[in-house]
Write a protein that binds this ligand. Sequence first.
Ligand code: AQP
Length: 335
Amino acid sequence: MDAQVFKKRILSAAQPSGNLTLGNYLGALKNWADLQKDFECFYCVADLHAITLKQEPSLLRQRSLQTLALYIACGIDPQKVTFFIQSHVPQHTQLSWVLGCSTMFGELSRMTQFKDKSQRHADNINVGLFTYPVLMAADILLYQANLVPVGDDQRQHIELARDIAKRFNANYSETFTIPEAYILKSSARIMSLQDPTRKMSKSDPNPSACIFILDSKDEILKKCKRAVTDSEAVVAADPARPGIYNLVQIYSALTGKSAEEVAAEFAGRGYGDFKAAVGETCADALAPVREEYARLTADKAYLEEIMKNGAEKASYIAQKTVSKVYRKVGFYQPR
Ligand code: AQP
């Protein structure tokens, strides 16, 4: 029997809602590459989730392919994991409807991401933004995933997916594996370079707030140089000074040094030196990803083959779950 069968299963995703950032790289993609050795991994490009915010159709199409290429460029091996585009596997929306009927309005009303995004996008508080966590529960439960590697910001959504799964199992008998959030200690939350009290987000309208994985070395150096700090001029891992704290976190995540080691390395040196070092380290870490990305995107046929094979494999597994669910809720299925 294939040894893969005994590995725990992981599902994770990123939305092609913008150009992927250093936050996505350090909080997700870099960890995903490490996890492929020990887990059976399903990595999805969440285009259905992306349209909960306004998207330019031609850009969304482009970014879906780019996001897949970036996954591979970050060292995730298409031979070891299953990559797919969410909209290529129709079972996600099929299961989402059924799970929505086991989810309470009050539960969704309490989701902080909904509150946050509906404040930031007050002109487009659509139903999809509200039911987003149900689709996310479907993403996870379809594959009977044991673990979901996410940043700390997604913990509440995983809790809800667990509650929905438990409720369904209690009402209709054992159907879903109860997933757990897999939050790696090393995956710090990376904050905006212009407002370090907010998460670095790919949909931030201010490009200076984000380091994008595909930024040139020059752009990265400039953005780090202009990053908002404070007037104390002492490099320290002090959460009360969010700007410099964020740069310490970034340098620490990239070099593997502890925050204390970073502070000691830059003791007695000004912010200028430190910002330049953060920029150089960042550019060096991302350079091989950029090179590999350029190579991969030159071969669209190869990327399309990966997404087709991935969708086929994902769909096969997802259909087993949907058939089971349809039978349990009482949908007529002819022999
Ligand atoms: N700033 C961050 N620091 C650490 N981890 C982060 N992640 C995102 N931003 C940071 C992690 O990346 C994974 C994929 O995220 P996503 O694309 O599904 O959605 P998101 O968290 O909403 O990311 P953005 O960049 O903020 O997207 P927009 O602007 O479109 O809403 C997740 O595991 C996330 O934790």
